[in-house]
Design a protein around this ligand. Structure first.
Ligand SMILES: [Zn+2]
Length: 133
């Protein structure tokens, strides 16, 4: 997902990321996390809000793309699906950064990190990624 700071539905996520904070759309009344974001709660219809997460997560799934599959990204990467510890009904699509002799494994403990993503066409932006905890 490339950030659109003019989209009122997703801009809170990207503004938070630009401050190294991970947030998620939620309904305070229902205590329901809403992902992907929606303007209103699908359960009660009230306006959704955002809440900050701890950044701790577990690895659900991943793959490593050694060849560029999206021309806007200029490096190989490991897209992943993670489950935040404090939003367990949510699956976040993200990137996994693993270096050295570590290998991904299911339920691996992760923590959020923020990195500047360099794109060929759309400039740079700060995005939440996940690394081993
Ligand atoms: Zn609700």
């Amino acid at each position: 997902m490339v950030p659109d700071f003019n989209n009122p539905l997703t801009s809170p996520f990207w503004f938070a990321a630009s401050m190294s904070k991970l947030v998620i759309c939620t309904c305070k009344k229902c205590e329901l996390d809403i992902w992907y974001p929606r303007h209103v709660c699908p359960k009660c219809g009230l306006k959704s809000t955002w809440r900050q997460l701890s950044g701790k997560a577990k690895l659900l799934s991943w793959t490593t793309c050694d060849h560029r599959i999206n021309p806007i990204f200029n490096t190989s990467f490991t897209p992943a699906i993670v489950i935040p510890e404090d939003a367990s009904s949510v699956q976040l699509v993200t990137q996994l950064i693993i270096e050295g002799d570590q290998y991904p494994r299911c339920d691996m403990s992760l923590r959020v990190d923020f990195a500047e993503i360099n794109t060929v066409k759309n400039g740079n932006f700060l995005a939440p990624l996940f690394v081993p905890a």
